[in-house]
Design a protein around this ligand. Structure first.
Ligand code: MN3
Length: 210
């Protein structure tokens, strides 16, 4: 398969004032599209890998041919990370915090939603350089973990539930060096219903695999 840029379920200006239209446009049509161009070019060299879902390639990176391994890691990771990012943010819906099974899992893993937010926010402040902070399912519980560059939690066997892009391209036009403000404002655009759906899907696939 040729990987294609996923369309957004909202317009580029739908996240204002927290994430601005121009940043969204450059980020989606520029940065994400470039990861796809490079990912598809790498797969042209090994078309036998094309039917494999990108999650699987990243989960078993050691099995990817050496001449494209770094490109799959960077560009495949970039494609997947951004696809998750777009899917788990959106305009305000009034659904400001998790509910249901996912809310229960957050409480069981962190004590409370507030504790989770504090831990995630601190991890985002502490991340040095370009990378991501994630809420991941470790199997036994949910944890907050950071990855450098475009590394994916799938590379270490984790399932990303939602993540925050902390590359400067994600915020610099609007926030410049005020990364902490960007992190704080990201909470306003998290689409908890979408995050809950990802979590529910993951539980279902984990149970059917077991
Ligand atoms: Mn990005």
């Amino acid at each position: 398969m040729t990987y294609r840029l996923p369309s957004l379920a909202y317009s580029y200006d739908a996240l204002e004032p927290f994430i601005d239209r121009r940043t969204m446009e450059i980020h989606h049509a520029g940065h994400h599209a470039a990861y796809l161009t490079h990912l598809n070019a790498a797969l042209d060299k090994h078309p036998e890998l094309r039917p494999t879902p990108i999650e699987e390639l990243l989960r078993h990176l050691e099995s990817v041919p050496g001449d494209i391994r770094l490109s799959i890691r960077n560009n495949g990771g970039g494609h997947l990370n951004h696809s998750i990012f777009w899917q788990t943010i959106g305009p305000a819906t009034g659904h400001d915090e998790p509910v249901g099974d996912f809310a229960g899992a957050i409480r069981a893993s962190f004590g409370s939603f507030e504790n989770f937010k504090n831990q995630f926010t601190k991890a985002a402040w502490l991340l040095f350089g370009s990378g991501w902070v994630w809420l991941v399912d470790r199997g036994d519980r949910l944890v907050v973990e950071a990855t450098a560059n475009q590394d994916s939690p799938f590379m270490v066997g984790r399932m990303p539930i939602c993540g925050l892009d902390l590359w400067e391209h994600a915020y610099y036009l609007l926030y410049q060096n005020r990364r902490a403000d960007y992190v704080q404002n990201w909470w306003h655009v998290v689409n908890w219903a979408a995050v809950e759906r990802r979590y529910a899907r993951e539980l279902t696939s984990a149970n059917s695999a077991a």
